[in-house]
Write a protein that binds this ligand. Structure first.
Ligand code: HEC
Length: 134
């Protein structure tokens, strides 16, 4: 019986994706501070992703300045002009497959736009927006 339970938990684990785990971890962190947290929110994420702020090099930018408004398409980096592949995991299977990659870019990109790191709530909201947008 024990061995079956162990096997079962291993298979369930391997089914949960990097994205699910990432969001679960963020949720745990938010719940520590906000007891009546109701879950990440697409609308709040949209606001974070599309609103403009005085960011890097004093320029007024938003997440869309580099990733565009259509997340199923490539877009040019506002500063370097280099092409950035689509952010949506629906069309770009490499997205949200590496915790290290998500951590690194979310940290860097929040600082680019907001001049500070995103909170766990902000990160969860914006990921919910990016991964659910049509
Ligand atoms: C100055 C340009 C720029 C801005 C502004 C920007 N990004 Fe990015 N972002 C990049 C680049 C460059 C990469 C890494 C190259 C790549 O993954 O194609 C990246 C990668 C990412 C990734 C990595 C996803 C993965 O798993 O591969 C996420 C998530 C992301 N950005 C979210 C955001 C969010 C949220 C904002 C706004 C707070 C934002 N970005 C603003 C340039 C930008």
């Amino acid at each position: 019986m024990k061995i079956i339970l162990i096997l079962l938990s291993i298979t369930t684990l391997s089914f949960s994706t990097v994205l699910d785990e990432y969001l679960n971890n963020l949720e745990k962190k938010v719940l520590k501070e906000e007891k009546n947290f109701k879950g990440f929110d697409y609308k709040r994420g949209e606001e974070i992703f599309t609103s403009s702020h005085i960011g890097k090099k004093g320029k007024e930018i938003s997440c869309t300045s580099c990733h565009g408004i259509n997340l199923n398409e490539s877009h040019k980096n506002f500063f370097t002009g280099k092409v950035i592949k689509p952010l949506s995991p629906k069309v770009n299977k490499e997205r949200f497959t590496s915790k290290k990659q998500i951590d690194k870019w979310l940290k860097r990109n929040f600082i680019d736009v907001y001049k500070k790191e995103g909170s766990s709530l902000e990160k969860g909201d914006v990921i919910t927006y990016i991964t659910n947008k049509e």
